[in-house]
Design a protein around this ligand. Structure first.
Ligand code: ADP
Length: 587
């Protein structure tokens, strides 16, 4: 009953009921009045005639016969019966019965007439038989006094019947009208509310996210216009939502393809967004933590949470996740009602950190490497100045030491310069075809003297058919000499060093094998690092800078080749130099 449809039906019914009842009552009253007036007129005429023709013409004793005569004369309708009453109300003559006892009349009509006023009773008066009457009392004045009353009455059953019939007809028509109104009102209300119901349904669907909604427009009235507006709104909404969705998915694609990790939290600390880069960086599969848990889990300290709340400014924090060194930028973001949450952007700075650390270590290493010879030079120079210069023998020894240290420093600086040129890509290789058999034979020959100095044997096994590579001969010489020098340095007296060649998978491979001290497994990977020496004192004593193999590695890489090592502690070491035959990098 709460729907407009039923409200409309109830309203129609009420309205029709009211109109019908008012108009019905009006008609009924008018009809009733008419009937009454008619009856009154008839009764009045009758009474006046009786008064004139009987009362005033006859004696009181002959009223009865006069009245009968008058009735027979037929000058009025036979429906009316009359009586002549004296001033006390006693019946002197009547047409109701021909002989006494005459009926007694003591009603309001009689009383009114006795008081001198012609009175008509609009209400029905019933006699003993139950017949309804309408009565009229007419005073007959003699000598300005009411001497007699003519009482006229008429059978009003037909009038009252007809009024009752009219009333019931009105009631029936009200009933029928209400029924028709109910049906028609329902149909009308249904027609009126159907588009509204349809609109409501579509609006609900729209709210549920089904955007392709439209309603049929049946008319151009207000509801039609509402439907058109709804269709327009739905179209616009659909377009706007699809634009937003497109933007959102674009942003999501960007977010998920970013190399930086992005995490966002709402004010309650719940994760709103989390891209795959952030999961990978944090080494997790799902971001199932709150902001506080995130801070705790990665050791960022809960104090940061309070700080961000109190001072909502971007803050950066560095932290380790396993091997990764991450930088997190915490940016609180605000909405209309103040702080809304925090966006965390993660950057993997492991490489940067490594480079930074390496740079620091490098500077520390260089300073350290230079400080030792400088201290030596300074102390010997001071001793010389303090008087040792006077003794030519000591002076020569000291100057020799100073010279050696200066050489060491100059080697160091030379190696450093060379590495820096590699780093800055300043080294241009003068590549040409090099026959390795020939080249190695010559190099080995030149190095024999160094081997024999330590009673070591140096042997070259030439390769049948030769291997020709594209290389810069000077750099190639530097590489081979460096590796050979190491073999001499880190092998004891009597050791044997063998050099040979192989061709494999497009590479010309130069092997330098010694039977020296070998390298422990844990050091193998590190010997190509700058300044890395397995035994620092020994290396220094032998004039090594710790940069030899680092330079070799750079030269090999510049040739698109590589250097590998196999070694067993106490047994010996084999260095392998891989040169691509065509000078191009192999995959
Ligand atoms: P250094 O100037 O100290 O020789 P390198 O870069 O040439 O520096 O070599 C790095 C380290 O590798 C050396 O200090 C040494 O401990 C180790 N090494 C290199 N070659 C050999 C080898 N043939 N046998 C044993 N150890 C070696």
């Amino acid at each position: 009953m709460r729907t407009i449809k039923w409200k409309l039906v109830a309203m129609y019914l009420g309205l029709v009921f009211l109109v019908m009842i008012v108009s019905g009552s009006f008609i009924l009253l008018r009809y009733q009045n008419n009937e009454m007036e008619k009856a009154r007129d008839q009764l009045e005429v009758y009474a006046q005639m009786v008064s004139e023709q009987v009362v005033l013409n006859y004696d009181e004793s002959s009223f009865q016969s006069g009245l009968i005569q008058f009735a027979r004369s037929g000058s009025t309708t036979g429906q009316i019966q009359g009586s002549i009453l004296d001033r006390t109300g006693a019946t002197l003559a009547t047409t109701v019965t021909s002989r006494p006892p005459y009926p007694q009349y003591k009603n309001s009509v009689v009383i009114g007439a006795m008081a001198g006023t012609a009175t008509f009773s609009r209400r029905q008066i019933t006699d003993d038989s139950g017949t309804p009457f309408l009565a009229y009392g007419y005073p007959v004045t003699i000598n300005e006094e009411t001497a007699y009353v003519v009482y006229a009455q008429m059978d009003a059953s037909s009038i009252f019947d007809s009024i009752a019939q009219t009333r019931s007809t009105i009631f029936v028509s009200v009933g029928i009208a209400l029924l028709i109104t109910a049906v028609m009102g329902y149909v009308f209300a249904k027609n009126l509310t159907n588009p509204i119901v349809a609109l409501t349904g579509r609006a609900k669907e729209l709210a549920r996210g089904k955007l392709n909604q439209s309603v049929r427009v049946y008319s151009h009235d207000e509801i039609g216009q509402l439907s058109e507006s709804f269709n327009y709104m739905a179209r616009e909404l659909s377009r706007t939502v699809s634009d937003i969705t497109k933007e959102k998915s674009k942003l999501e694609v960007i977010l998920h393809n970013m190399t930086d990790g992005v995490l966002s939290f709402d004010l309650d600390g719940q994760v709103l967004q989390c891209n795959s880069a952030s999961l990978a960086m944090l080494g997790i599969e799902k971001a199932d933590f709150t902001f506080k848990e995130f801070l705790e889990k990665f050791g960022l300290g809960i104090g940061l949470y309070v700080e961000l709340l109190e001072h909502p400014q971007t803050r950066k924090e560095d932290f380790w996740v396993g091997e990764k060194y991450l930088t997190a930028a915490f940016s609180p973001y605000a909405g209309e009602g103040g702080l809304d949450g925090v966006v965390v952007v993660l950057q993997d700075n492991t490489e940067q950190k490594k480079l930074d650390d390496m740079r620091k270590e490098f500077v520390a290493n260089v300073s350290h490497e230079l400080r030792t010879p400088l201290t030596t030079v300074k102390s010997y120079a001071e001793t010389l100045l303090d008087g040792a210069m006077e003794d030519p023998e000591i002076a020569r020894d000291f100057l020799g030491i100073i010279n050696n240290e200066a050489d060491r420093m100059s080697f160091l600086v030379r190696d450093l310069l060379q590495l820096s040129r590699f780093d800055n890509k300043q080294i241009v290789l003068q590549k040409r075809e090099v026959s390795l058999n020939e080249f190695l034979e010559e190099t080995v020959r030149q190095n024999k003297i160094h081997a024999s100095n330590k009673q070591q044997t140096l042997l070259f096994r030439s390769y049948p058919g030769d291997v020709v590579i594209q290389a810069d001969p000077d750099r190639l010489g530097q590489v081979v000499n460096n590796v050979l020098t190491n073999a001499f340095k880190y092998s004891g007296e009597g050791a044997s060093i063998t050099v040979w060649l192989e061709e494999e998978d497009g590479y010309g491979k130069i092997f330098v094998k010694d039977t020296g001290m070998g390298i422990a497994k844990e050091d193998l990977d590190r010997i190509f690092e700058r300044f890395y020496r397995v035994d620092k004192a020994r290396s220094r004593a032998m004039g090594g800078t710790g940069l030899g193999l680092a330079i070799v590695k750079e030269i090999m890489e510049a040739h698109q080749g590589k250097i590998t090592v196999e070694s067993q502690l106490g047994v010996g070491t084999t260095m392998v130099l891989w040169f691509p035959i065509d000078g191009k990098k192999k995959v």
